[in-house]
Design a protein around this ligand. Structure first.
Ligand code: UDX
Length: 442
């Protein structure tokens, strides 16, 4: 199959590269000529483990190439995927479809022979129909079909998620388009991956409903963690205890500072907007959005509490800035709200992140960025772990203690054990798990 991928950002680049790994001929298109030039030189515009090697391998095999020329790429393609961004619109939180519609217009002008146009970008219900209407103004109905095929990639694990997904969802009721999509995903059906064919509208909604459900799971366990702190229960035991019930499942029940990233915050807002517009407002999704937004800055209160209520002029070390490990993505990261609140309360922030510093420097001011995990700890009054990068899981705790002014650690990802930390002489606070001294105080 010949595939054109419109948009070589996160979704487009990972999906296009993985399709070429399946054996298809893929050409990735982007308007940004500096990005295309970098890709042609083998430089990745995003940090995603394994992507550089996979790109190099498939470029060398002649199956993957890059261009700014959309028309040329579309002309020869059997399938054209739209993988452009759909950011949250300022103000109302709806998905901004400007780039999707602009891509549809350009594709329409270039289609030559029957082509399946696939929306891979996350788009609200009804967008596939709009794309079809736009293309239909120029092309006849024999020339094309518009199909929905949402992505479910996690940053940092995107290649694995693409190559070994739980399922593939394809929204089309047209047998001709279905055949093309079956051929594209044949390597996955060979390894028994369920390929679910639905209506276009169902497929569009599956993406939002899936992300909103996962965001709800996280928010639920975060609220349970708050309750655990009040009643002296351990949220990890609660999560395990409920997660072993097959109807609930163990995944996405890890408590923390609130979800961030490029998908959950944006997609929950967009789903809420869609539900309200169709007079079926989702109160659950609305609550999840509100609770999560309120939670992020609230995490700073844990630090303030540990330092006796006043952090004016105190030095605080932050480990981890990105919204999760194995990415350089800072979008909607809890660290932004936590640091802002600590700074408002007068703290002096010194931070380290293995990959996120470049992006973080654009978003944070008055922060001292350090080159390793130990430098920010020097003479700090507390260390706060915000992102669970592997290198923070095995810190030299004696060294940590000797560098800090006082051995105070706030671990917002629960990567250490309360008993062990107290035994090591730390004043330790995490999320939803009491320390032995807190239990003894009752
Ligand atoms: C998510 C979805 O998982 C993916 O299917 C979708 O296509 C895009 O959005 P991503 O945003 O890359 O992927 O990250 P994910 O691993 O899902 O984590 C999202 C946020 O939830 C992070 O801030 C993470 O720290 C948080 N999280 C996740 C928790 O707080 N607890 C959990 O148990 C899981």
């Amino acid at each position: 199959m010949r595939i054109a991928m419109i948009g070589s950002g996160y979704v487009g680049l990972v999906s296009g590269t993985c399709f070429s790994e399946f054996g298809h001929d893929v050409i990735c298109v982007d308007k940004d000529d500096s990005k295309i030039a970098l890709l042609e030189d083998g430089v990745m515009p995003i940090y995603e483990p394994g992507l550089d090697n996979l790109v190099a391998k498939n470029v060398k095999a002649g199956r993957l190439s890059f261009t700014t020329n959309l028309k040329e790429a579309v002309k020869t393609a059997d399938a054209v995927f739209i993988g452009v961004g759909t950011p949250s619109r300022r103000g109302d939180g709806k998905a901004d479809l400007t780039y999707v519609y602009a891509a549809a217009e350009e594709i329409a002008e270039a289609i030559d022979g029957y082509t399946v146009v696939v929306t891979k970008s996350t788009v609200p219900v009804g967008t596939g129909q709009q794309v079809s209407d736009i293309i239909g103004k120029i092309c006849t109905s024999d020339d094309f079909d518009v199909v929905s095929n949402p992505e479910f990639l996690r940053e940092g694990a995107a290649i694995e998620d693409f190559m070994r997904p739980d399922r593939v969802v394809v929204g089309t009721e047209c047998p001709r388009a279905q055949k093309v999509m079956e051929a594209i995903y044949r390597p996955l059906s060979l390894i028994q991956t369920p390929i679910l064919f639905t209506s276009r509208e169902s497929s569009e909604l599956i993406k939002y409903a899936g992300n909103a459900f996962l965001a709800t799971k996280i928010t639920f366990i975060n609220e349970m963690a708050d309750l655990c702190e009040k009643v002296g229960a351990d949220v990890h035991d609660v999560a395990r205890g409920i997660g072993l019930d097959g109807r609930i499942g163990r995944k996405f029940l890890h408590p923390g500072p609130g979800f961030g990233g490029s998908c959950f915050p944006k997609d929950t807002r967009a789903l809420y907007q869609t539900s309200a517009e169709h007079d079926a407002p989702s109160r659950i999704v609305e609550a999840v959005i509100d609770i999560n937004e309120a939670r992020k800055p609230k995490m700073a209160d844990k630090v303030i509490q540990m330092l006796g209520g006043d952090i004016k002029g105190r030095k605080i070390a932050i480990l981890g800035l990105t919204f999760k490990p194995n990415t350089d993505d800072m979008r909607e990261s809890p660290s932004l709200d936590i640091i802002a609140k600590l700074q408002e309360s007068g703290a002096d922030i010194h931070a380290y992140d293995p990959e996120g510093a470049k992006e973080a420097k654009e978003l944070l001011s008055d922060v001292t960025f350090c080159e390793n995990a130990y430098t920010p700890l020097e003479n700090a009054d507390a260390v706060v772990i915000i992102t669970e990068w592997n290198e923070f899981r095995a810190l030299d705790l004696d060294r940590v203690k000797s560098l800090l002014n006082q051995p105070v650690m706030v671990d917002l990802r629960n990567i250490y054990e309360p008993e062990e930390m107290e035994a090591q002489g730390f004043q330790y606070m995490c999320v939803g798990r009491p320390t032995p001294s807190q239990i003894s105080k009752g």
